[in-house]
Design a protein around this ligand. Structure first.
Ligand SMILES: Cc1cc2nc3c(=O)[nH]c(=O)nc-3n(C[C@H](O)[C@H](O)[C@H](O)COP(=O)(O)OP(=O)(O)OC[C@H]3O[C@@H](n4cnc5c(N)ncnc54)[C@H](O)[C@@H]3O)c2cc1C
Length: 385
């Protein structure tokens, strides 16, 4: 087995590293949960796109470089290793993008993917409803066919950054007589369509990070449907696989946090060593982040040999979300009381608190960890329902 990078991979790494060194924003961007920060991130992502570094795995004609998964891991290592901004158009680029590649028509791919890669169109995910979260098959929002349009009525909730986004993809019940996962259609909705009302919901950090979206007789062209009418569930399950699997949270993001945690510990040893379990937690976090990275390379190798990861992506999701939580809890223990003053604390301490608050959501979004454990029990271990 040869574990070394090829010359081509090394050259790609060097190119990405050099470009980031020349182009990284000098000042950290404002939070993308604010209008100002959202637009700053859009601008940054359009620069990445101009360098064909926004979606490196996408084919050249869609603005990418046709990289394989190993090259993507290398890109992510350089990107997060350089402390580059978090990606704001994840819902589009990482979830809807691969879904469109698999289920979209040629015309839909040409229409949506290049603008998505450039973050010219920002996307929100519209799946959850007040009574349909973990149990997504309970969706009641309707899309009733009227000639070459659907007429949408209903409500979505917890839609990340929908108040700033341009488009929403969602599941709607197109067969009113249907139940559960039958009769749903996967639709793309421009958020400026008459009849769409978006109300912000504050997250733990006090910012308008989510929204509820109301649809009152919203007309959407049939051309905006992905996959066949009534087959939206199958399309959405593929999207969910992308979300929980490798793409949404590459290991590099957690390796970066682990390295920052080691630095934080070293800079604060005088107080952190008051409790030996803090140092142990830092070491464990670093090892876990490295283990996650090695496991990702293992998975990528298997995928390259034709394997499919399927239900196994649930193990990934549990691992990264719990690791992120543990790392941020450890940082808060190192910082002590000063880490808890969100507005008053500045610089690094504030960054850790923001991260700590967001980490609480990891076991919930992309399907709760309880649901992932059910999936592992039933589909991987074959345990009874
Ligand atoms: C930061 C964040 C961003 C999000 N972004 C989006 C977004 O952009 N678009 C979107 O559509 N949604 C989004 N969501 C919503 C998210 O998908 C839902 O919160 C999640 O699916 C859980 O649904 P729920 O909140 O209705 O909780 P419920 O489904 O009501 O679950 C409540 C609790 O019961 C547990 N539970 C439920 N059913 C079972 C079961 N069968 N077995 C064991 N335990 C069970 C759950 O694990 C959970 O602990 C986001 C959520 C968060 C936190």
């Amino acid at each position: 087995m040869d574990l070394a990078y090829t010359p081509k991979q090394q050259a790609f790494r060097a190119e990405v590293r050099a470009w980031l060194a020349d182009n990284l924003p000098r000042k950290p961007l404002a939070s993308y949960d604010t209008r100002e920060g959202f637009e700053q991130h859009r601008e940054w992502e359009s620069r990445l796109f101009d360098a064909r570094l926004s979606m490196v795995m996408w084919p050249a004609e869609l603005g990418g470089r046709g990289c394989d998964l190993t090259e993507w891991l290398i890109f992510e290592e350089e990107y997060y290793g350089a402390g580059a901004p978090m990606r704001v158009n994840q819902n589009g680029q990482l979830l809807l993008g691969p879904t469109l590649m698999e289920f979209g028509t040629e015309a839909q791919k040409q229409r949506f993917l290049p603008r998505m890669a450039a973050s010219a169109d920002m996307w929100a995910q519209g799946w959850s409803e007040p009574n349909a979260g973990s149990d997504m098959a309970a969706i009641t929002s309707k899309a009733i066919r009227d000639g070459d349009h659907y007429v949408l009525n209903g409500q979505k909730t917890w839609s990340t950054r929908a108040i700033f986004a341009d488009w929403l993809f969602g599941l709607f019940r197109s067969d009113p007589a249907s139940s559960r996962h039958h009769g749903l259609s996967f639709l793309l909705v421009p958020l400026n369509t008459p009849g769409v009302t978006i109300r912000p919901i504050k997250a733990l950090n006090g910012k308008d990070a989510f929204a509820e979206v109301f649809f009152d007789d919203v007309r959407v062209p049939v051309d905006n449907r992905i996959g066949a009418e009534g087959q939206g569930w199958n399309v959405a399950m593929a999207t969910a696989g992308f979300e929980r699997g490798l793409l949404l949270r590459s290991p590099a993001r957690f390796q970066y946090t682990a390295r920052k945690l080691v630095e934080l510990y070293r800079a604060n040893r005088a107080s952190a060593d008051r409790d030996p379990s803090i140092g142990e937690a830092v070491t464990q976090a670093w090892m876990d982040a490295e283990a996650y990275a090695l496991s990702a390379y293992h998975t990528v190798g298997r995928l390259a040999r034709g394997a499919r990861i399927g239900a196994e992506s649930s193990t990934n999701k549990i691992f990264w979300s719990e690791l992120d939580l543990r790392m941020h809890e450890t940082a808060m223990r190192i910082l002590g009381a000063r880490g808890e003053l969100l507005e008053a604390s500045e610089g690094e301490a504030n960054g850790w608190l923001e991260g700590f608050l967001f980490a609480q959501a990891g076991p919930i979004y992309a399907g709760t960890n309880e649901i992932q454990r059910n999936i592992i029990a039933e589909r991987m271990l074959g345990l009874p329902k």
